[in-house]
Design a protein around this ligand. Structure first.
Ligand code: GDP
Length: 297
């Protein structure tokens, strides 16, 4: 299960604080050290850890313990609130354009789950929000990518706009938006090219698409299993494209959780959705408070 190590360590640390009355300074010192180690082990960015532990320490020292709570429970409450804040606080909603269609650009490195997530997002918008999406195949370098999106569209019975691999991605996307207007479709979700690594050509191309389309959302798809790398990738894409949100995939795996805990504070962009499996209905809204509860049991 994701976050297992972190969850175990935080829970056992806090369980040790069983005394009554005020949270003692000694308690806080021990707890802060353990929380710090637990977060570093979970591959959370070290700057994020430092700030997080400082916040907890400040809040926990001398915190008046509510009568109904033991000091341990009081500290759990503080840690839970801080974890929630760290992951973005409120749940972040998806944009809706004043005039349809809402245009979403999906970006990310190859293998992160971009194409699968493009389909999942269309499925979620249709099922949960009652919207009519259009998928757009704008990865013109790999015929396999176009085919993969077509297969996803067929599985979901959602239309896919494609022009093979000869057209230019900006043209494809513009035509797709026009098509969506004619067909009264309200979300256009563009699957852009991915690469194994970040390179200038890729970023230039994505930037061109962004400049030409002014999308309502730019979602970066990152693989939560890659930990610190996911955070670096997010930082890089955000610098170049000013993304609007992150979709974290593979949270069903045994990720240590560092990406989920670091991305918001490193990029200042919210995690909007999480991928919880390979199936096309396994995309969920991301709720920072629920994730914090899951980690703390
Ligand atoms: P792309 O290269 O970024 O377009 O990646 P794909 O969409 O082809 O996905 C790469 C692999 O990751 C595929 O085997 C997907 O089934 C898998 N995948 C995507 N999202 C998830 C997820 O949330 N959980 C799991 N377990 N696998 C996922």
């Amino acid at each position: 299960m994701a976050f297992e190590g972190l969850a175990d360590r935080l829970q056992s640390t806090i369980k040790k604080m069983t005394g009554k009355g005020k949270v003692s300074e000694q308690d806080v010192k021990v707890m802060a050290r353990e929380v710090r180690l637990a977060l570093l082990e979970a591959d959370v960015n070290f700057k994020v850890v430092k700030e997080f532990v400082n916040n907890i320490r400040t809040r926990a020292v001398g915190a008046e313990v509510m009568e109904s709570l033991t000091p341990g429970q009081q500290v759990i409450k503080i840690v839970k609130e801080e974890l929630t804040a760290l992951m973005g606080g409120e749940q972040s909603k998806i944009a809706v354009a004043d005039r349809p269609p809402t245009v979403i650009m999906m970006v990310g490195l190859q293998g992160a789950g971009k194409t699968t997530t493009t389909g999942k997002l269309a499925n979620l918008l249709r099922k949960k929000h009652n919207r009519k999406p259009l998928l757009v195949a704008a990865d013109v370098y790999r015929p396999a990518a176009v085919d993969q999106l077509k297969t996803v569209g067929k599985q979901l019975n959602i239309p896919v706009f494609e022009k093979g691999t000869d057209a230019n991605p900006v043209e494809i996307a513009n035509e797709a938006i026009q098509y969506a207007k004619e067909e009264h479709l309200d979300y256009v979700i563009i699957d852009t090219a991915g690469r194994l690594h970040i390179d200038t050509d890729l970023m230039d191309e994505l930037y061109q698409i962004k400049q030409n389309l002014s999308p309502d959302e730019i979602f970066l798809v990152v693989d939560s299993m890659t930990g610190q790398d996911a955070v670096n990738v997010a930082e890089n894409f955000n610098e170049q494209l000013d993304i609007t949100g992150v979709i974290l995939t593979k949270l069903d795996g045994d990720t240590r959780g560092g990406a989920a805990l670091s991305i918001k504070s490193v990029t200042n962009k919210p995690i909007k959705f999480i991928g919880m499996g390979e199936k096309l209905d396994q995309l969920e809204d991301f709720h920072p408070d629920r994730m914090a509860s899951r980690i703390l049991g």
